[in-house]
Ligand binder design. Sequence first.
Ligand SMILES: [Zn+2]
Ligand SMILES: [Zn+2]
Ligand SMILES: [Zn+2]
Length: 759
Amino acid sequence: MRVKVRVTGIIQGVGFRPFIYRIALKNGLKGYVRNMGDAGVEILLEGEEHAINNFLKDLRDEKPPLARIHEIITTRLEGEHQYTDFKIIRSSEEAEFSGSVIPPDVAICDKCLKELRDRINPRHDYFFITCTDCGPRFTIIERLPYDRENTTMRDFPMCSFCQSEFTDPLNRRFHAQTVACPKCGPRVYLTTRSGEMLSCRDPIQEAGKMISEGFIVAIKGYGGFHVAVSTLKDEPLMRLRRAKHRRQKPFAIMARSLEATKSFAEVSSKEAELLVSPMRPIVLLRKSGDYYLSELVAPGLHNVGVMLPYTGLHYMLFDGVDDPAFVMTSANPPNQPIVKDDDEALKTLGGIVDYFLFHNRRIAHRCDDSVMRVHGEKQVFIRRSRGYAPAPVVLQEKASKCILALGGELNNTACVLNGNKAFISQHIGDVENVETREFLREAAGHLAHLTNSKIEVVACDLHPKFTTTKLAQELATKNGWELVQVQHHFAHIAALMAEHGVDEIVGVCCDGYGYGIDGGAWGGEIIFASRNSSEMKRVAHLEEQPMVGGDMATRYPLRMAAGILQKRLDVENWLMRNKRFFPHGESEVRLILQQLEKRRGVIETTSCGRVLDAAAAVLGLCYERTYEGEPAIKLESAAINGEDVLQLKPIIKGDVLETTDMLLEIFERLEKCALADLAFSAHAYLARGLAELAVEKALESGVKFVGFSGGVAVNELFTKLMRETVEAAGLRFLVHEAVPPGDGGLSFGQAVYAGLFHF
Ligand SMILES: [Zn+2]
Ligand SMILES: [Zn+2]
Ligand SMILES: [Zn+2]
């Protein structure tokens, strides 16, 4: 019998052809296997029917650990047998199917780590040791199919030793495209901040020692540069904060091992599982009671973002020092993508760092680290990037058209929806300037190319002025694509529905800001969605509160607090007492009071984030927002060990949860209650109030699911309190597990809204 088998999925760059070769031989079959230009694989088999059936069974049951099979398409062929053996043959550029993709970058595997440490191994201490089971993929590929000459590894011709492993069917590196050794592979070197080479025996160990001693070192990795600094010394941390203009924003750290992590943070079994996984994300961990790292790593927070080494280079950094961890923060100029090219690094980081640790392999695609946290037993994405992108989120149904969604404005990603697979790009960032917009355009194009997707529809936000809206309009006109604009919070809730495959939901969506259907500033919405009756609509929301000075109220949360409290009190004395927290002091306070009185320069918002900000300001936790979400994040940290002392009953008037009296109560108990308890009570009021309102709407319409989405859903306490109320009412509570609840998941929501739902 002769058959042709086409396989789609994540099957290039995962040791799939060597695997096929082995099972073909095992079953006594002849023919060939080759990579295709659509990221899939083609197999031709000749042999007995039962042998082919056994082969197909092995194909499903014994596939390599990193492979994901989407489809196996088998066609019977006529004609005589032509092959005398089984071979891996030259790849074809032919692209027939879509929906396959190359894998994300994978952390160094245990076997490679063992060889890295083995003194007699030829790759002992070789910083870029990899095999078919590990190493970079997404960040080095320029074109399909995934062959060495289509990656940035083509600059490094294999030596005879690597070649012998590459061609040996019994070797772990048989057809491993990233195979390299100290003789033929990328090299690593240290330079001064201006790029002058420093000669030393072991540049990596030397860099580790420099960091430990208090120098700032930029380190080139798989998907971009990190800036590394000691976690134990205040001076270099302070210097780095000043240079990066990051006064408060927490830095992620890389710990030398899981054991070392446990010396300063609490690690649950679920958190440990994520930390050591091949994806190696940054995981937010609760600081332990005897936390001893510098307070400047994650100021004012109860948790710290930790990742474990994911390349040989990272492991070797710790070899000459005793430090438990180093700060490893993405090197990116403010509001710009992570730095990936050497020249760019020297130019933009030269004024910040003391030394550079370079390697000489080009980075084809930048990719930031992923960030997660764990709520109870459930993982929550804060950023889904390295280790996950471009692997798809697989849905329960297929979209009728191929969609490209461009997301929103902050913390952005792009998404390509093709059939039942949603391919979400790496983290793009805040798309406000030219560099990031170009990065978005390039990442979206690359994603469509990698998945062989023929885009028909482009989706974006409803906001008329977003950069992404304009880009979508431009792409639609240029390519003749259909344009679909999706309301921000509708997109968040659509994402939740698609992730869980539910047709009806009452969704609570809480975040900072989204352009409403009525043009208003939304952000604390309850949304009813039903695919049965084809409708999606806002059914309830938080009380509208004034933002004095518009965006200024986002930056200075005391303005938010003033606007809310002024509804019940004369806030003049209180503001005057706090005038030092306003950049222009007394005159600014006067102006705020005037604006409030005359309702000039005041925008109304239903944002949940702004109410949390106001509570943080009243409690003195944050007067100026220096990074996105700072006041609300600090409010959660403050509430962690608190109790619900106030026990406030939600005030619901019609379809509105009031927030003014909640803030007033907190303000009035400031002297009498503990800060932690008041912070907790603010969470309890909002989370329970919104949950009660959502439950009421769900019961009214006979819906069984209440969901929670939007940036506030990364808040563990808020989510837990909401879950308790919803589950006590006998309803199912749904949250995101596969995509970020924040705006990193927005493109996915827009794509499924435009491709699956017809509201
Ligand atoms: Zn390996
Ligand atoms: Zn070699
Ligand atoms: Zn949002």
